[in-house]
Write a protein that binds this ligand. Structure first.
Ligand SMILES: Nc1ncnc2c1ncn2[C@@H]1O[C@H](COP(=O)(O)OP(=O)(O)OP(=O)(O)O)[C@@H](O)[C@H]1O
Length: 590
């Protein structure tokens, strides 16, 4: 099987590490590479947290500090082996990240970065004020790392250790990003609505990546403490927190390789500029900070995805090797019998302040039935849709699905019960392939989490998920789009892709929000065919749609809304002949 360029790059680096260690490079450069390795480890955590997950943190240096101070204090005061303190540091870091994460990760917008600044500052002052940690002087005389009598804490041996840990983490991260859990993490960035509709707990994944990023920083701190053999708060303050973020952004915060490039560039520039600038200017001072500031502005303006994005564009994009043909099918939920009551909407109401957007609406959907929800703009259709799917909370009334009350449950819980949806404005992950986007729909049908993905014990399940994604894409006639990048699709195929993604969840009720918007005539005909076929297979569908031809063609029952209230309901024939509807809706539209 051909290796992906990313994995090939890692293998080349892994082979180069021992080679560099035996080359007659000056010690200065080995030391530089050691620092680059440690910095890249923290920056890699930021790739996951900020680049992939969209959560900006200025507080990573504080986690480096927890790893460093834990090992420094325990080895100096209690004589604990550094190999044990590594794990104690990780446990402490995970615990603090969990506490900070649970408190701050529900915040949105600029509140989260502000909270990480506050957290970074408080830990800095805590380290600087505790007597036990040597206040601002820190702790001195930390032992070097060794295996038996062999010192691996300095020079070339340390270089091999650091870089192998770094490469192992990078490999684990690449596996993670290309997995069920990784797709869920990648879905967080575009906002919670789509991910939650796939049954994903976005909060849980946010906390997980926050802890993972903190752990990578903590390991870097452990290495740093034993390499420098001294720790003091200045290496873990807000300035360093900003510098780590700076490295990731300049290198390319969306790419694993961006962390390597950013850490390398900033470390080398930092050293060179500290020598060159005073010579040029004639006085000494931290002028490199000014150069970095200007550089960041230029990168953000002209290369917002960082330096690695230029390389990434040139890399060949090979389609994923199809190795799932023989994979076992995913388990299916048991479906309602034809004609069984699937959805019971009972006098639901939604008030936005003084506006009653949905006013005591009631209707039912039975298995194997397509119900159309129609009405002029602003009638309350989308609000009704959002009340059923749990995106909005009800002011009053109940929604029952297969005999169970679901109103009051969060959107992801309703999705897990078997209610799948699409969106009025397509929501997808544009830089993933169509196949990967659709596989996201089957999230609740898999179980392998972050750890399994990182150590790669998830291949079997991945194959099953992709087999299902391909099957659903073929079911709606999109078999030839598997490896296409989703962001490159035209509107029609994008909408069909959303339907395939919804079907991947193995739903008993499918809710489609304006699936024909932006489709051409032929595509609409194809969509009508797909909907009929799904109904014939026993699927229940709620269709919110403005295209009356499509609605009249495929629906068995229509619910008409006007100004939030139920105007009437009945068969398409009854609705077409209803004078109230003609006056209120069809008459004005046609
Ligand atoms: N979050 C909100 N806050 C306040 N008012 C809202 C909110 N969402 C919808 N509304 C109002 O509720 C009413 C119904 O809106 P809704 O989007 O449900 O209508 P719709 O039938 O789906 O319209 P369209 O066909 O244009 O999508 C509108 O008057 C709208 O302005």
């Amino acid at each position: 099987m051909a290796l992906k360029p990313q994995s090939l790059g890692l293998l080349v680096l892994a082979a180069a590490v021992p080679l560099v260690a035996v080359l007659p490079l000056p010690d200065f450069w080995i030391t530089q590479l050691n620092y680059i390795g440690m910095y890249a480890m923290t920056a890699l955590g930021l790739v996951l947290l900020t680049g992939v997950g969209g959560l900006t943190s200025f507080g990573q240096a504080a986690f480096v500090g927890i790893g460093a101070y834990t090992t420094a204090w325990l080895t100096l005061n209690l004589g604990v082996s550094p190999w044990i303190t590594l794990f104690i540091g990780m446990v402490l870091t995970a615990a603090s990240a969990l506490v900070v994460g649970v408190i701050t990760l529900r915040m949105s917008g600029h509140y989260l970065p502000l909270a990480t600044i506050a957290w970074g500052l408080s830990l800095y002052y805590l380290m600087g004020n505790l007597d036990a940690l040597g206040k601002y002087d820190g702790l001195l005389g930390i032992q070097s790392l060794s295996i038996g009598n062999f010192d691996i804490g300095q020079g070339r041996a340390f270089f091999v250790l650091t870089w192998f840990i770094l490469l192992a983490f990078a490999a684990a991260l690449l596996h993670l990003l290309d997995s069920r859990a990784g797709r869920a993490i990648r879905a967080i960035k575009s906002g919670p609505q789509m991910a939650e509709a796939m049954g994903i707990s976005t909060f849980r994944y946010k906390v997980t990546i926050f802890v993972l990023a903190a752990l990578s920083a903590s390991v870097a701190g452990w290495l740093l403490a034993h390499f420098q053999r001294t720790v003091n708060p200045s290496a873990f303050g807000l300035k360093m927190g900003i510098e780590y973020l700076f490295m990731s952004v300049v290198g390319g915060v969306n790419y694993v390789w961006g962390a390597f490039v950013g850490a390398g560039l900033i470390k080398l520039m930092d050293d060179q500029l500290q020598v060159l600038l005073p010579r040029l200017i004639g006085t000494s001072g931290s002028y490199e900070v000014i150069v970095f500031g200007v550089m960041l502005v230029l990168v953000l303006k002209y290369l917002p995805d960082g330096l690695w994005s230029m390389v990434e564009k040139k890399l060949p994009r090979r389609p994923r090797a199809v190795d799932w043909q023989q994979a076992a099918p995913l388990p299916e939920r048991n479906k309602p019998a034809l004609g069984e009551l699937v959805l019971d909407v009972d006098r639901i109401r939604k008030q936005f302040g003084g506006l009653t957007a949905v006013n005591d609406i009631s209707f039912q959907i039975r298995a194997g039935q397509i119900v159309g929800l129609i009405g002029p703009n602003g009638a309350g259709k989308s609000t009704t849709f959002n009340l059923i799917t749990g995106v909005l909370s009800l002011t009053s009334g109940t929604v029952s699905y297969r005999g169970r009350r679901v109103s009051g449950l969060p959107a992801r819980a309703i999705a897990r019960e078997g209610v799948s949806r699409t969106f009025q404005h397509v929501k997808m992950i544009p830089d993933m392939t169509v196949l990967e986007n659709v596989a996201l729909g089957a999230h609740t049908r898999g179980h392998k989490g972050v750890a399994a993905a990182m150590i790669r014990t998830n291949s079997d399940e991945e194959r099953r998920l992709f087999r299902e994604a391909q099957r659903q894409l073929e079911r709606i006639g999109m078999g030839e789009y598997l490896h296409e990048q989703a962001g490159n699709l035209a509107m029609g195929p994008q909408r069909l892709m959303e339907i395939a993604r919804a079907l991947c969840a193995d739903p008993a009720l499918l809710l489609l929000d304006e699936p024909a918007a932006g489709l051409r005539h032929k595509e609409k005909q194809a969509l009508a065919g797909v909907l009929r076929q799904l109904r014939d297979e026993g699927m229940s569908i709620l269709l919110v749609e403005h295209d009356m031809d499509l609605v009249m063609q495929v629906c068995d029952h229509l619910v008409v809304m006007e100004f939030g209230t139920l105007l009437t309901q009945g068969t398409p024939e009854q609705i077409q002949q209803d004078p109230k509807v003609r006056a209120a809706y069809l008459g004005t539209e046609h």
